[in-house]
Design a protein around this ligand. Structure first.
Ligand code: NAP
Ligand code: GLV
Length: 306
């Protein structure tokens, strides 16, 4: 069995060593143009040439949860596309989102500013009932985030394409449930995959339906958000602020107005990182299962786009 590694911006050696230990007997190599075709590939943002040289590929393992970039390419016929299925990401995402929501709700950003000014000053406690949080996307990451928020006793709403039942979460689905979902929330967390249906979904109209003084946490993809619409809603005061981890252009260009906006908190696409050991264990387990003719979780539907 031949496994190739073709991941842009990722140091190959530790992955090759880990995959080698997890799959004894397999040939595991970094892809070189013109190399012999592989049975399985471990990829992140591979070049089209790599895919064009893989006629016999059984599966492509994406070393991330989102497959939007991969699905833009021409994929080898018959190869399954398999996304990372949690692999240590959902707890990181829950930490990040709970931190962002609680920081805003408890006004810790204001206390930090007070501390820098040497000011001892209390703020009036806010009621959780006034801060319903909506989670867009109730998949592997969104469901974990929604449940983590409910532990802090925020009223939590969730929105997905198909109906879902989650303890502690009021669920809505489809186009029919979208407007009610939005108008039920003050804080909106985006954990949708980027597909033709969800591109630009965070815009003036949808964000405008949030309760006044709304807050956005975008941790999915930059292309979900119409950036000028966010700036207009922040400047009009309809939105109180936003925490953004993902951007239409990454790295965020130095001249971008987001960097200097007082109502924004930015991080460099780091809310849920790929953890190498967890990912290697998951991918190796799935390669063994596929070799044994067994089904695996996390297979992407290319038509649906996630
Ligand atoms: P997932 O398991 O595929 O879940 C996707 C969820 O979105 C599902 O609940 C799905 O509904 C819902 N959905 C898809 N299209 C929809 C639509 N048109 N309308 C309403 N709901 C829709 O994905 P995941 O693992 O939770 O990851 C979500 C995204 O997070 C990834 O695609 C990636 O872009 C992003 N991400 C970001 C980072 C980071 O560091 N910033 C890290 C990892 C992932 P159904 O349940 O009905 O199918
Ligand atoms: C990161 O953004 C991922 O999709 O895993």
């Amino acid at each position: 069995m031949r496994v190739v590694f073709c991941c842009t911006d990722t140091k190959a050696e530790p992955w090759l060593e880990g995959l080698g230990q997890a799959l004894p007997g397999a040939s595991i190599e970094v892809w070189q143009p013109g190399a012999a075709p592989a049975d399985f590939a471990v990829v992140w943002a591979p070049p089209q040439q790599f895919l064009d040289e893989q006629p016999g590929l059984k599966a492509l393992f994406n070393i991330g949860a989102g497959v939007d970039a991969l699905l833009k390419l021409r994929l080898p016929a018959g190869a399954k596309v398999v996304r990372l299925d949690d692999a240590g990401m959902s707890v990181q995402m829950a930490e990040y989102v709970c931190h962002a929501v609680i920081r805003h709700f408890r006004e810790f950003d204001r206390y930090e500013a007070d501390m820098r000014e040497g000011r001892w000053s209390f703020r009036k406690p806010r009621s959780r009932a006034d801060f319903p949080v909506g989670v867009m996307g109730l998949g592997v990451l969104g469901a974990r985030v929604a449940q983590a928020l409910s532990v802090f006793e925020f009223p939590v709403h969730g929105w997905s394409r198909t109906p879902k039942a989650l303890e502690g979460v009021r669920t809505h689905h489809g186009d029919g449930g979208f407007q009610t979902f939005l108008s039920s929330c003050r804080v909106l967390v985006n954990l949708l995959p980027l597909t033709p249906d969800t591109r630009d979904i965070l815009n003036r109209q949808t964000l405008g339906r949030l309760m006044p003084g709304g807050y956005l946490v975008n941790v999915a993809r930059g292309a979900h958000l119409v950036e000028d619409d966010l700036l207009a809603l922040l400047d009009s005061g309809h939105l109180a602020g936003a925490t953004l981890d993902v951007f239409r252009t990454e790295p965020l260009p130095t001249e971008h107005p987001f960097w200097r906006h007082p109502k924004l908190t930015l991080t460099p696409h780091t809310s849920a990182r790929t953890l190498r050991d967890e990912s290697i264990a998951q991918i190796a387990g799935k390669i063994r299962a596929l070799q044994a003719g067994q089904p695996v979780a996390g297979v992407v539907d290319p038509v649906r786009g996630y």
